[in-house]
Design a protein around this ligand. Structure first.
Ligand code: BTN
Length: 244
Protein backbone atom coordinates (compact mmCIF):
# COMPACT_ATOMS: atom_id res chain seq x y z
CA UNK A 1 0.00 0.00 0.00
CA UNK A 2 1.33 3.45 -0.87
CA UNK A 3 -1.68 5.76 -1.01
CA UNK A 4 -3.13 6.04 2.48
CA UNK A 5 -0.34 4.37 4.45
CA UNK A 6 -0.44 7.58 6.46
CA UNK A 7 -3.60 9.69 6.68
CA UNK A 8 -3.60 13.12 8.35
CA UNK A 9 -7.07 14.31 9.38
CA UNK A 10 -7.79 18.00 9.96
CA UNK A 11 -10.97 19.86 10.88
CA UNK A 12 -10.27 22.75 8.53
CA UNK A 13 -7.54 23.84 6.14
CA UNK A 14 -7.41 26.62 3.60
CA UNK A 15 -6.65 24.01 0.93
CA UNK A 16 -5.53 20.41 1.39
CA UNK A 17 -3.45 20.80 -1.80
CA UNK A 18 -1.52 23.70 -0.26
CA UNK A 19 -0.99 21.76 2.97
CA UNK A 20 0.17 18.68 1.02
CA UNK A 21 2.62 20.80 -1.00
CA UNK A 22 3.99 22.31 2.21
CA UNK A 23 4.38 18.88 3.78
CA UNK A 24 5.99 17.47 0.63
CA UNK A 25 8.60 20.23 0.73
CA UNK A 26 9.23 19.43 4.38
CA UNK A 27 10.05 15.84 3.41
CA UNK A 28 6.74 14.02 3.86
CA UNK A 29 6.67 10.56 2.31
CA UNK A 30 4.92 9.55 -0.86
CA UNK A 31 1.41 8.24 -0.30
CA UNK A 32 0.53 10.45 2.66
CA UNK A 33 -3.03 11.70 2.41
CA UNK A 34 -4.22 14.95 3.95
CA UNK A 35 -7.95 15.12 4.62
CA UNK A 36 -9.98 18.10 5.84
CA UNK A 37 -13.63 18.31 6.88
CA UNK A 38 -13.87 21.71 5.22
CA UNK A 39 -11.63 24.15 3.35
CA UNK A 40 -11.70 27.92 3.67
CA UNK A 41 -10.04 28.49 0.27
CA UNK A 42 -10.56 25.30 -1.75
CA UNK A 43 -9.01 25.51 -5.20
CA UNK A 44 -10.51 24.29 -8.44
CA UNK A 45 -9.16 23.98 -11.93
CA UNK A 46 -8.25 27.10 -13.96
CA UNK A 47 -7.92 29.23 -10.82
CA UNK A 48 -11.54 28.67 -9.82
CA UNK A 49 -12.84 28.39 -6.30
CA UNK A 50 -13.94 24.95 -5.04
CA UNK A 51 -16.78 25.18 -2.53
CA UNK A 52 -15.79 23.13 0.47
CA UNK A 53 -18.54 23.19 3.10
CA UNK A 54 -19.03 20.56 5.80
CA UNK A 55 -20.36 17.30 4.43
CA UNK A 56 -17.88 17.03 1.57
CA UNK A 57 -14.66 15.02 1.36
CA UNK A 58 -11.52 17.04 0.63
CA UNK A 59 -8.23 15.26 0.32
CA UNK A 60 -4.81 15.55 -1.25
CA UNK A 61 -2.28 12.81 -1.90
CA UNK A 62 1.47 13.35 -1.98
CA UNK A 63 2.95 11.47 -4.92
CA UNK A 64 6.48 11.18 -6.11
CA UNK A 65 5.92 9.32 -9.31
CA UNK A 66 8.62 8.93 -11.86
CA UNK A 67 7.03 11.09 -14.45
CA UNK A 68 7.43 14.32 -16.33
CA UNK A 69 5.27 17.43 -15.89
CA UNK A 70 3.70 16.59 -19.24
CA UNK A 71 2.20 13.49 -17.68
CA UNK A 72 0.32 15.46 -15.08
CA UNK A 73 -2.72 15.85 -17.32
CA UNK A 74 -2.77 12.12 -18.05
CA UNK A 75 -2.56 11.35 -14.36
CA UNK A 76 -5.38 13.72 -13.40
CA UNK A 77 -7.59 12.47 -16.20
CA UNK A 78 -7.01 8.78 -15.42
CA UNK A 79 -7.29 9.13 -11.64
CA UNK A 80 -10.94 9.97 -12.15
CA UNK A 81 -11.44 6.24 -12.75
CA UNK A 82 -10.95 5.06 -9.13
CA UNK A 83 -12.95 8.04 -7.85
CA UNK A 84 -15.85 7.06 -10.10
CA UNK A 85 -15.49 3.42 -8.96
CA UNK A 86 -15.69 4.37 -5.28
CA UNK A 87 -18.76 6.54 -5.93
CA UNK A 88 -20.53 3.85 -7.96
CA UNK A 89 -19.79 1.19 -5.36
CA UNK A 90 -21.00 3.40 -2.53
CA UNK A 91 -24.15 4.76 -4.11
CA UNK A 92 -25.09 2.15 -6.70
CA UNK A 93 -25.40 5.04 -9.18
CA UNK A 94 -23.43 5.16 -12.39
CA UNK A 95 -20.57 7.65 -11.98
CA UNK A 96 -19.05 8.86 -15.26
CA UNK A 97 -16.13 11.11 -16.14
CA UNK A 98 -16.47 14.40 -17.90
CA UNK A 99 -13.14 15.33 -19.43
CA UNK A 100 -10.79 16.45 -18.07
CA UNK A 101 -11.39 15.95 -14.37
CA UNK A 102 -15.04 15.94 -13.34
CA UNK A 103 -16.97 13.01 -11.94
CA UNK A 104 -20.62 13.24 -12.82
CA UNK A 105 -23.65 11.40 -11.43
CA UNK A 106 -27.09 11.91 -12.98
CA UNK A 107 -25.68 14.77 -15.05
CA UNK A 108 -24.34 16.66 -12.02
CA UNK A 109 -20.74 17.28 -11.05
CA UNK A 110 -20.17 15.53 -7.73
CA UNK A 111 -16.38 15.46 -7.70
CA UNK A 112 -13.34 17.14 -9.22
CA UNK A 113 -9.60 16.48 -9.31
CA UNK A 114 -6.74 18.97 -9.29
CA UNK A 115 -3.09 17.95 -9.70
CA UNK A 116 -0.30 20.37 -8.84
CA UNK A 117 3.45 19.98 -8.94
CA UNK A 118 5.91 20.88 -6.19
CA UNK A 119 9.29 22.29 -7.23
CA UNK A 120 12.50 22.81 -5.36
CA UNK A 121 15.54 24.44 -6.94
CA UNK A 122 13.83 24.40 -10.33
CA UNK A 123 13.20 20.64 -10.13
CA UNK A 124 9.81 19.02 -9.74
CA UNK A 125 10.08 16.86 -6.66
CA UNK A 126 6.47 15.86 -6.01
CA UNK A 127 2.99 15.87 -7.38
CA UNK A 128 -0.03 16.56 -5.27
CA UNK A 129 -3.35 15.14 -6.37
CA UNK A 130 -6.37 16.83 -4.80
CA UNK A 131 -9.84 15.33 -4.86
CA UNK A 132 -13.07 16.88 -3.70
CA UNK A 133 -16.28 14.85 -3.41
CA UNK A 134 -19.67 16.36 -2.59
CA UNK A 135 -20.73 13.44 -0.43
CA UNK A 136 -23.21 14.81 2.09
CA UNK A 137 -22.91 18.46 1.05
CA UNK A 138 -25.89 20.77 0.96
CA UNK A 139 -26.43 21.70 -2.67
CA UNK A 140 -27.28 25.30 -1.82
CA UNK A 141 -23.71 25.65 -0.52
CA UNK A 142 -22.13 24.48 -3.78
CA UNK A 143 -21.04 26.70 -6.64
CA UNK A 144 -19.99 26.03 -10.20
CA UNK A 145 -21.55 24.40 -13.21
CA UNK A 146 -24.35 21.95 -12.34
CA UNK A 147 -22.89 20.89 -9.00
CA UNK A 148 -24.56 18.01 -7.21
CA UNK A 149 -24.39 16.36 -3.83
CA UNK A 150 -24.51 12.58 -3.70
CA UNK A 151 -26.73 12.67 -0.61
CA UNK A 152 -29.22 14.91 -2.42
CA UNK A 153 -29.13 12.90 -5.66
CA UNK A 154 -29.44 9.55 -3.90
CA UNK A 155 -31.80 10.63 -1.12
CA UNK A 156 -29.64 9.43 1.79
CA UNK A 157 -26.55 10.37 3.74
CA UNK A 158 -23.33 8.37 3.54
CA UNK A 159 -20.82 7.45 6.22
CA UNK A 160 -17.81 9.70 5.42
CA UNK A 161 -15.29 7.34 7.01
CA UNK A 162 -16.53 4.32 5.09
CA UNK A 163 -16.49 6.33 1.88
CA UNK A 164 -12.97 7.64 2.52
CA UNK A 165 -11.79 4.12 3.20
CA UNK A 166 -13.25 2.83 -0.06
CA UNK A 167 -11.89 5.77 -2.00
CA UNK A 168 -8.35 5.29 -0.68
CA UNK A 169 -8.55 1.57 -1.41
CA UNK A 170 -9.49 2.21 -5.05
CA UNK A 171 -6.92 5.00 -5.43
CA UNK A 172 -4.12 2.82 -4.10
CA UNK A 173 -5.15 -0.14 -6.23
CA UNK A 174 -5.25 2.10 -9.26
CA UNK A 175 -1.90 3.72 -8.49
CA UNK A 176 -0.25 0.30 -8.31
CA UNK A 177 -1.55 -0.49 -11.80
CA UNK A 178 -0.72 2.99 -13.08
CA UNK A 179 2.86 2.73 -11.83
CA UNK A 180 3.29 -0.58 -13.64
CA UNK A 181 1.99 0.99 -16.86
CA UNK A 182 -1.10 -1.18 -16.75
CA UNK A 183 -3.67 1.57 -17.14
CA UNK A 184 -4.60 2.70 -20.61
CA UNK A 185 -6.82 5.41 -21.94
CA UNK A 186 -9.17 2.59 -23.04
CA UNK A 187 -9.98 2.08 -19.35
CA UNK A 188 -10.94 5.73 -19.30
CA UNK A 189 -13.16 5.46 -22.36
CA UNK A 190 -15.36 2.87 -20.60
CA UNK A 191 -16.41 5.39 -17.95
CA UNK A 192 -16.33 8.50 -20.10
CA UNK A 193 -19.44 10.64 -20.39
CA UNK A 194 -17.70 12.87 -22.93
CA UNK A 195 -16.62 10.64 -25.78
CA UNK A 196 -19.13 10.67 -28.62
CA UNK A 197 -20.76 13.89 -27.43
CA UNK A 198 -20.89 17.16 -29.32
CA UNK A 199 -18.79 19.54 -27.23
CA UNK A 200 -17.50 23.09 -27.15
CA UNK A 201 -14.00 23.65 -25.79
CA UNK A 202 -12.92 27.16 -24.93
CA UNK A 203 -9.80 28.96 -23.87
CA UNK A 204 -9.87 32.77 -23.83
CA UNK A 205 -11.69 33.87 -26.98
CA UNK A 206 -11.02 30.65 -28.83
CA UNK A 207 -13.89 28.18 -29.18
CA UNK A 208 -13.71 24.79 -30.80
CA UNK A 209 -16.87 22.84 -31.37
CA UNK A 210 -17.13 19.32 -32.65
CA UNK A 211 -17.45 15.70 -31.67
CA UNK A 212 -15.31 14.32 -28.83
CA UNK A 213 -13.52 11.32 -30.39
CA UNK A 214 -11.08 9.96 -27.84
CA UNK A 215 -8.52 10.79 -25.16
CA UNK A 216 -4.92 10.34 -26.29
CA UNK A 217 -2.04 8.95 -24.25
CA UNK A 218 -1.21 12.36 -22.81
CA UNK A 219 -4.77 12.76 -21.51
CA UNK A 220 -5.71 15.35 -24.16
CA UNK A 221 -9.17 15.30 -25.71
CA UNK A 222 -9.25 14.80 -29.46
CA UNK A 223 -12.10 16.53 -31.22
CA UNK A 224 -13.31 16.20 -34.77
CA UNK A 225 -14.20 19.84 -35.38
CA UNK A 226 -17.37 20.94 -37.15
CA UNK A 227 -15.00 22.45 -39.73
CA UNK A 228 -13.61 18.98 -40.49
CA UNK A 229 -10.27 19.58 -38.76
CA UNK A 230 -8.95 17.54 -35.85
CA UNK A 231 -8.17 19.38 -32.61
CA UNK A 232 -6.27 18.37 -29.51
CA UNK A 233 -7.54 20.02 -26.34
CA UNK A 234 -5.26 20.10 -23.33
CA UNK A 235 -6.13 20.98 -19.76
CA UNK A 236 -6.19 24.74 -20.25
CA UNK A 237 -9.53 24.31 -22.02
CA UNK A 238 -12.86 24.33 -20.33
CA UNK A 239 -15.45 22.09 -21.86
CA UNK A 240 -19.19 22.07 -22.12
CA UNK A 241 -21.59 19.80 -23.89
CA UNK A 242 -23.38 21.32 -26.84
CA UNK A 243 -26.94 20.11 -26.53
CA UNK A 244 -28.24 21.92 -29.65
C1 BTN B 1 -12.09 21.10 -10.17
O1 BTN B 1 -13.03 20.39 -10.50
O2 BTN B 1 -11.98 22.26 -10.59
C2 BTN B 1 -11.05 20.53 -9.25
C3 BTN B 1 -11.52 20.57 -7.84
C4 BTN B 1 -10.51 19.99 -6.87
C5 BTN B 1 -10.95 20.20 -5.44
C6 BTN B 1 -10.06 19.50 -4.46
S1 BTN B 1 -10.72 19.50 -2.83
C7 BTN B 1 -9.23 18.89 -2.20
C8 BTN B 1 -8.11 19.59 -2.94
N1 BTN B 1 -7.79 20.84 -2.29
C9 BTN B 1 -8.09 21.90 -3.04
O3 BTN B 1 -7.92 23.08 -2.70
N2 BTN B 1 -8.60 21.50 -4.21
C10 BTN B 1 -8.64 20.05 -4.31
Amino acid sequence: MIIGRKVVLKEELSSTNDEAKRMALAGEEEGTVIVAKRQSAGKGRLGRHWSSPDGGIYLSIILRPMMTPGEMMRMTVLFGIPVAQAITETTGMEALLKWPNDVVVAGRKVSGLLAESVSQGGQITHFVLGIGVNLNSKEMELEGERPGSLARICGREYDPEAFLHKLLFHLDDFYALYSKGEVSTDDYLRVSATIGRHVVGSVGDQRISGKAMYVDDSGALIIKGDDGLTYRLDSVYSLRYDET
